[in-house]
Design a protein around this ligand. Sequence first.
Ligand code: HEM
Length: 147
Amino acid sequence: MLAQWYGWIQLVHLACAIVFVGAVTFEVLIIESFHAELGAQGMARLEQLVVRRARRIMPIVVALLFISGGMLFEVRCDGFACLGSRFGMLLGLKVLLALGVLGVFMSTMWASLRGRMDPCRFRYTHRIVLALMVGIVFLAKAMFLLA
Ligand code: HEM
């Protein structure tokens, strides 16, 4: 059943990955560069607005990314049967990094809901998530190329 829909599930996964990775990349490479011009107060306001918008969109994108990822995993790995192979190990590592991203994402959302998100934490969180995402995207392709 899942295998029949594989291509469409893969499309959802890839589309959500593009939105999520794209948003974090935009934050680190573009928004962070406004620091000198906007100053600390201006930056704090801009980040407040970014977080407000992200809180509305990102939970849906991240949920779809992980649900579709779980479905792709089920088909590709045949349950957990693939984990003994090189492909399975690379896929498992990709999932571990993705769970790391999920952990950071949830704690950021939690901190911002409780008003504990300062610009410094905001910046470092995005850099860590971007580094993890580079690893995830690399592994998403390397698991096929090196299998
Ligand atoms: C931050 C989270 C994640 C990102 C950014 C991400 C990104 C990607 C990308 C870019 C691909 C390549 C898709 C393609 O070339 O068509 C991929 C494939 C895949 N992902 Fe994820 N992923 C994430 C989370 C997950 C999770 C949590 C799982 C499993 C539980 C998962 C399982 C898979 C599988 C099995 C594939 C192979 C699909 C295929 O080409 O057949 N991913 N992922």
